[in-house]
Design a protein around this ligand. Structure first.
Ligand SMILES: [Zn+2]
Length: 384
């Protein structure tokens, strides 16, 4: 009914795992996406898609394959990143071995199995000769694991109405994820010989007092009303560095903070909360000199489960799984937020498996096949 070729999908997924595409800005020596892009572009070409290659930075290549519609319908992007994290601690990361219906290796689950499902869906739509009104665009994107160069580049050049980001969800429909804000607190003291307390100003002790207040804020975040799908916001002190030698008063102490945001929260609010804590600490100790530097924001993501794409995917999942799918949220940040911020109706739906970023990683091939069927059915509905 959906024309999915299981053998094709398994072969493509295994081929993709066997190509090392470790993200070079995350892991030294990672080759990036050039080789996997060549494989993907060639395959898309053989499937009869209109192929585009996009290289916003040297070696960081995304590939798109467009299945052109007859015109007038909604267009849909099927998005999968094909860079991976590093392979430390893995025994055979590029084996692509299949055992008991599972495909093993780095990226099998996160998320080359998903890309294989997208390509399998495109192949089925071609083979069945379906003429959808809207275009379907397969987007195999670079660099999601680090700076999302791939999707950030594509949203500027490719307009679509809807997007399914195929990050693994065990065939449930994910409509929300957290965002994050990175920031750094710097407390300045004054270096002096350890024997001369009248000259020194201890940045480390002042940071400790400040962090006690940050800890109170962290406790308060945990007690806030949780988002129904992703839970409450949180913050942690990820890194702490201060001082030089034992006989020297610490001249500077830096604390790196990561604040995980929930849908509805903005970076401005988050930074203002931290500023308020700093202000209270300054009032308690006028000798405190502290600054806050904002390093990076990745927005949270939330969309309505009642939108046309969400409803199309839910209906397709029910057919492909044989029972209704759950509407869920997830905690890690994804490219979904970038697409949604550009006005694209975006949902997340992907296969089952385990081991993203872990020493053993596998994807369940049955779920990859069902994902491909879901994508075909959803495209037929949404792009009709
Ligand atoms: Zn991923």
């Amino acid at each position: 009914m959906t024309g999915i070729d299981r053998e094709f999908i398994e072969q493509v997924a295994a081929d993709l795992v066997r190509i090392n595409s470790v993200n070079p800005t995350l892991s030294e020596g990672g080759p990036g996406e050039r080789e996997i892009a060549a494989y993907t572009a060639d395959l898309m070409d053989r499937l009869g898609l209109e192929v585009g290659e996009h290289e916003p930075e040297p070696g960081r290549v995304s590939v798109t394959g467009r299945l052109r519609g007859t015109g007038g319908g909604r267009s849909l992007m099927l998005n999968a990143h094909y860079d991976t994290v590093g392979v430390e601690g893995m025994t055979d990361p590029f084996s692509g071995v299949i055992r008991d219906g599972k495909l093993y290796g780095r990226g099998a689950y996160d998320m080359k199995g998903s890309l294989a499902a997208c390509l399998g869906a495109a192949r089925a739509l071609r083979t069945l000769g379906d003429r959808l009104a809207g275009d379907v665009v397969i987007a195999a994107v670079a660099d999601e694991e680090d700076a999302s160069l791939g999707t950030r580049d594509l949203v500027e050049r490719i307009r679509v109405d809807g997007a399914i980001v195929t990050e693994p969800t065990a065939l449930d429909l994910c409509v929300a994820h957290k965002g994050f804000v990175w920031a750094e607190l710097t407390v300045r003291g004054r270096a002096a010989h350890g024997s001369k307390p009248e000259l020194g100003l201890d940045a480390n002790v002042r940071m400790a007092r400040l962090l006690a207040r940050v800890g109170t804020l962290i406790d308060e975040l945990a007690a806030r009303p949780p988002h129904p799908l992703v839970g409450p916001p949180s913050m942690h002190v990820a890194r702490l560095e201060g001082g030089s030698g034992l006989s020297t008063y610490a001249a500077e102490c830096v604390a790196a903070l990561e604040r995980r945001t929930i849908p509805g929260e903005t970076a401005e609010q988050v930074l203002q909360e931290i500023e308020t804590v700093m202000e209270e600490a300054r009032r308690a100790d006028p000798s405190l000199r502290v600054t806050l530097e904002h390093l990076l924001t990745r927005e949270p993501f939330a969309t309505s489960p009642d939108g046309p794409l969400a409803r199309a995917v839910l209906a397709a999942l029910e057919i492909a799984r044989g029972r209704p799918a759950a509407v869920v949220g997830d905690t890690p940040w994804m490219d979904a937020a970038i697409l949604a911020a550009h006005g694209v109706e975006t949902v997340v739906c992907g296969p089952a498996g385990t081991g993203a970023h872990a020493a053993e990683e596998w994807v369940d091939l049955d779920s990859v096949e069902r994902l491909a069927a879901t994508l075909v059915l959803a495209a037929r509905d949404y792009c009709a």
